[in-house]
Each structure stands twice: as C-alpha cells, then as structure tokens.
Design a protein around this ligand. Structure first.
Ligand SMILES: O=c1ccn([C@@H]2O[C@H](COP(=O)(O)O)[C@@H](O)[C@H]2O)c(=O)[nH]1
Length: 274
C-alpha cells in the first residue's frame, strides 16, 4: 500500500487506528483455548470485530515466535486472512529487525516476499547498510525506531553529542538520506507528549507509528496536538487496551467497543484538518 492509498483509507474511514495483535496465549479466553489454533481463532475474531474502526494491524512477532512453529503458523494464517478478507488494511510486522546488510536482506525477504507484509519495524542502531536492504522493495515500508515509548528510551535516545544533537534527532536527520516519506515512517511513543514538536521539526512530512496509548498511558489528544500534519501523518497503535478489553466470551464485542471509542476520538481530531 502506498502513502496516498493509506491517506485515502484514513479519511474515508475517519480513523488512523492500528490494532496491535499482541496475542498472548495465556490471555486468550478459556473457551478458545481448546481449539487447534487458538491464536488464529482469537485474531480472526478480533479482526472481524475491529476492522471497521481501524486502518492497520500490527502483529508483534515476539508473541508468535515464543510458540515456535505453531506460533509462526498462526502468524502466517493471520496475515493470509487479513490479505484475503481485508485487503485494504495496512499490515505492519513489529519485529524490530536490523543486522549487517547480508542478514538484513534475508529479514527483508522474509517479511516482504514470504509474508508480503506492507511494513516492518527496524532498529537503526547498526546504521545505513543495515537499513537499506529493507528499502529495496518498491511499495514496502521501513518503520524506523526513533523515540520509543518506554522509560529506557532515555538511556540512549535522549543522550546528546558534543554539538547538543540528541541520538533520536541524529536518527531522524541521517535516515532521511536513505529513504523518503513514501517508504519510511518512524516509531515515536505516545508517552513522549510534547516531544512530538521536536520530532515534527526534523520529520515534518513522515508518517509516525505511535504505540503507547491505552495500557502505557499515552494521550491520543496530546499526540495529535503536537504530531498531526495536514494529511494526518499518524498511525496510533493500541494492543492490550483493545484485544484484552474482556477475557470472557464477549471479548470480540468488548474489543470492538474499545476500538470504536478510539475511532470516535480520532474522528474529532481529523475534523481539525479535513
Ligand atoms: O516504542 C515502542 C515500540 C514498540 N512498541 C510495541 O507496541 C505495542 C504496544 O502495546 P500496548 O499493549 O498497546 O502497550 C507492543 O507490541 C510493543 O512492543 C511499544 O510499545 N513502544
């Protein structure tokens, strides 16, 4: 999916919600745990319930890889289901990859060829040659970690060099030489609040993937105040706050309700720009 198609989806559906499929088998409602593939059955029900309220899904690979082959089969089935039934939804694999170029090329092949996913989160730490193999795929996106939502983001990302430039600022500045805003987004945590002003100074047109509303306490309104641009430029993710809204037999309805509440808040924010 290209940038224009993503923007069209956002304004047509009046939402820039990304539902995180961080499916923890221990949190799946008891009545689903008996099935052959509880992870897929849970994901399918969540997707069917939330699809009208979001434009993107973000499975985090950690939740699938931890179950070995079975987990990866559930991941693959989830991707195939999304592609077959909801082809307009943008799919992000949150895998935070990045290695020497030769190895990054294999990661890129995995996610962009084997699974045909739209976008992959990538860690910038190993530099240009670790990121560019992912940018060699037309129509695919790299989502580079810039300023993450966790407390540890202060350990490295906020440290300054001798010129006063912070590490996340260096990431934003240098990486824009590797790929443009049609192929690259940045991860910025919703918990970073007013820091979105600094992000927008350096990356005024890029889409930002914003995790951290809901369970991590970030504010959707604050992110929009400082981070929204004229074509929206935001994909706001919520995982646990949606998919575990209820652990009973009504889990899908409860997830739909949470997704709808976020969509309604997003609709209000979109009215400010279009
Ligand atoms: O800075 C980051 C980068 C990635 N994440 C991921 O997003 C989701 C958030 O889940 P919630 O349950 O909505 O808190 C999860 O997959 C994280 O690994 C992030 O939170 N922060």
């Amino acid at each position: 999916m290209n940038r224009q198609q993503l923007i069209e989806q956002i304004f047509a559906k009046r939402t820039f919600l990304c539902v995180g499929l961080d499916t923890d088998v221990r949190k799946i409602p008891a009545h689903l745990r008996m099935s052959n593939d509880p992870i897929f059955d849970f994901n399918k029900a969540i997707i069917d319930a939330t699809a009208p309220f979001c434009v993107a899904y973000k499975p985090n690979l950690a939740f699938y890889e931890c179950l070995g082959v079975k987990g990866m089969q559930a991941f693959e089935r989830t991707i195939c289901y999304l592609k077959d039934v909801y082809p307009q939804h943008f799919i992000i694999a949150d895998a935070k990859r990045g290695d020497i170029g030769n190895t990054s090329a294999m990661y890129a092949r995995t996610f962009f060829e084997e699974y045909n996913i739209d976008a992959l989160t990538v860690a910038p730490y190993m530099g240009e040659d670790s990121v560019t193999p992912f940018l060699a795929y037309p129509g695919k996106w790299v989502i580079l970690l810039a300023l993450t939502s966790n407390k540890g983001s202060r350990d490295f990302q906020l440290t300054e060099d001798a010129t006063g430039e912070r590490l996340f600022e260096k990431v934003l500045r240098k990486s824009q030489k590797w790929g443009d805003d049609e192929h690259m987004m940045y991860v910025v945590g919703a918990t970073q609040g007013q820091m979105f002003e600094d992000i927008r100074r350096l990356a005024p047109t890029h889409f930002l993937l914003v995790p951290g509303v809901g369970a991590q306490g970030g504010s959707l309104q604050e992110v929009c105040r400082y981070g929204m641009i004229e074509d929206c430029g935001l994909l706001i993710n919520s995982s646990r706050g949606i998919i575990y809204a209820s652990q009973g037999t009504d889990f899908a309805e409860a997830a739909a309700q949470k997704a709808k509440e976020l969509q309604q808040q997003m609709e209000i924010e979109l009215m400010n720009i279009r």
